[in-house]
Design a protein around this ligand. Structure first.
Ligand code: TYM
Length: 326
């Protein structure tokens, strides 16, 4: 029996290179060896303000990009979270064994509280419990994510231990598997790359937009003029080179920056070319799904059907164990 993998992504409608290097690339690499279930988590997305008319479009766009990036629905289960109502059913049960204090301590909750002062809803607080139920519903053991999700997965393990102690051994403790680049910074060179901060390069960015965005991206702030030597260690452009450029090029820009032989513009041009080499095939494949929204919908429905079969079985067992089956 292959071990099971689960992971999720919010339907922002764009997927950026942070998502890709932090998680999605791993999702794809794991397909060969594991039994993989990947979800577009729309119920997580409604905890912050959103447009109900836009959400279905974003869901479909996200699915297209995931498939273009290599999440092959013939080899994995790809589905939308809200299509399988067992996610929220299990969440309720897990809520009853999760201390409020544990949720209040979550860094992401504390950040979101500050960013959404006008809408600090209960969903923001119980967000990690819904994540736990996403994972436990499929008894997943390996969870590929970026670093920002690590704390939530630690809480999931706590919940597993508590459930198993109280109701008998039911769930395995899932392991966090960090991506190749667990925390990609945005083009401001400071905050985490994210859609909401508009500091991202999309996984399907057009070539000229890659350049337009990189052109104004922050480098080593101490390097004011072309002839000043720079410090690659504090330059976000250099850190991106590590994921897109060859060993020789990385070496070349590292040295060239330190002795001022290479300016920031030239360094960025090399990066833009290499980035486009990775992005171009994904961008083209994504375009091949445009106009085929019905096909994409069918794929997601079929994924939900497969996911539901597993979810229903787990819920049967859970209901019996917690004593609500009579
Ligand atoms: P989400 O939609 O914010 O992000 C999807 C994945 O991308 C990773 N990520 C990053 N990695 C590196 N650098 C960045 N700048 C960056 N930004 C995002 C995230 O860590 C994530 O792996 N709550 C989750 C979705 C989720 C989930 C789950 C994940 C719901 N249920 C169960 C695992 C298991 C989220 O909002 O991811």
């Amino acid at each position: 029996m292959k071990k099971r993998v689960f992971s999720g992504i919010q339907p922002t409608g764009i997927i950026h290179i942070g998502n890709y290097l932090g998680a999605i690339k791993r999702w794809v690499d794991l397909i060969e060896e594991y039994d993989c279930i990947y979800s577009i988590v729309d119920y997580h997305a409604i905890t912050v303000s959103y447009d109900p008319k836009e959400l279905p479009i974003r869901i479909i766009e996200s699915a297209k990009i995931l498939m273009a990036a290599g999440v092959d629905p013939d080899r994995v289960i790809l589905f939308v979270q809200s299509s399988v109502s067992e996610h929220t059913e299990l969440e309720w049960i897990l809520n009853t064994i999760t201390p409020v204090g544990d949720l209040e301590r979550m860094t992401q909750y504390k950040d979101k509280r500050q960013q959404n002062v006008e809408n600090i809803n209960t969903g923001l607080l119980t967000y990690p419990v819904l994540m736990a139920s996403d994972i436990l519903l499929y008894k997943a053991e390996v969870i590929p994510v970026g670093e920002d999700q690590k704390q939530h997965l630690e809480l999931t393990r706590e919940i597993v231990r508590k459930f198993n102690r109280r109701f008998g051994n039911t769930f395995p403790e899932p392991q966090t598997l960090l991506g190749v680049a667990p925390r990609i910074k945005g083009l401001d060179g400071n905050a985490k790359m994210s859609k909401s901060l508009n500091n991202y390069i999309a996984l399907i960015e057009e070539k000229e937009d890659i350049w337009n965005k990189l052109r104004i991206a922050v480098t080593d702030p101490a390097r004011k003029r072309r002839n000043d030597p720079g410090n690659p260690e504090v330059c976000n452009i250099y850190s991106l080179h590590k994921y897109f450029s060859s060993e020789e090029e990385i070496e070349k820009v590292n040295k060239g920056c330190r002795n001022a032989e290479i300016g920031c513009v030239e360094c960025k041009k090399i990066l833009a070319e290499n980035m486009d080499r990775v992005i171009a095939p994904i961008r083209e494949k994504k375009k091949s799904f445009d106009g085929k929204e019905n096909l994409v919908r069918e794929i997601l429905y079929s994924g939900a059907e497969q996911a539901r079969k597993i979810a229903v079985q787990t819920m049967e067992e859970v209901r019996e164990k917690i004593g609500v089956k009579f």
